[in-house]
Design a protein around this ligand. Structure first.
Ligand code: SAH
Length: 213
């Protein structure tokens, strides 16, 4: 399958019908070929609005969920963004179109290496990917204008809240891993945090410590 004009039209139509209205986000989704992030057997289904398996028992999120989370994050061109949960690298590649700099971390080294290879092939030079436990954030690069977590936590992790700038936004799925979770948007103010519930979602769990591969 190639991301030709016909595939793009259907892909963007599905996004709009799910409530993606931000043209900057839609342009990024049109520009980055999801097929490059889905390897092997499932590559044929890369342009369907569905999550798909990736190595290490993880999933590449559904495109409409990627787009809606990106839209909720309200990223600007000067922003430094942290993504926890690199997975295939697709969400980071979308963010790289909107932000100044993207840091992305995953607990699986194998996923980080594969994602880096795609970032290099696409010359996405404003993304830095690390193998680390993202529940601690990335203290060396903090604070961040925006933080996106693409694995479900029981609560927004404290270190991530602490690494968010005043005025910053974090989008994170919250809830038990095998039930429906709520996507939450956290906004940091001078004197605390505001929490908005956005929509029900389903993500793999945020797991502490590094993966074995
Ligand atoms: N954003 C990805 C999909 C993420 S799937 C994409 O666009 O393809 C969730 C990812 O979170 C998995 O790859 C999993 O390994 C990672 N993850 C889970 N717990 C983590 C943790 N504590 N630190 C870093 N990554 C974690």
């Amino acid at each position: 399958m190639s991301f030709d004009a016909e595939a793009k039209m259907q892909f963007l139509f599905a996004l709009r019908s799910k409530g993606v209205t931000d043209t900057v986000v839609l342009n990024a989704m049109e520009k980055v070929d999801r097929g490059l992030f889905v390897q092997g057997y499932f590559n044929d289904r890369a342009y369907e609005d569905t999550p798909l398996p990736i190595p290490c028992g993880q999933t590449i999120s559904q495109p409409s969920v990627v787009a809606l989370m990106t839209q909720a994050l309200d990223v600007g061109p000067r922003d430094k963004v942290l993504e926890v949960g690199t997975g295939s690298g697709y969400q980071a590649a979308i963010l790289s179109q909107l932000a100044r700099r993207v840091y992305t971390v995953d607990r699986h080294k194998r996923l980080v290496q594969a994602a880096r290879a795609v970032f290099d092939a696409l010359e996405l030079s404003n993304i830095t990917a690390f193998t680390s436990d993202g529940s601690h954030g990335l203290p060396d690069q903090a604070p961040f204008d925006r933080i996106i977590v693409t694995a479900a936590a029981e609560d927004p992790p404290g270190p991530l809240l602490a690494q968010l700038k005043i005025g910053g936004i974090m989008v994170v799925p919250v809830g038990q891993s095998d039930t429906v979770q709520q996507l939450i948007r956290v906004t940091r103010h001078e004197d605390g945090f505001d929490y908005d519930e956005l929509r029900p979602v389903r993500f793999v769990p945020l797991v502490e410590g590094l993966g074995k591969d």
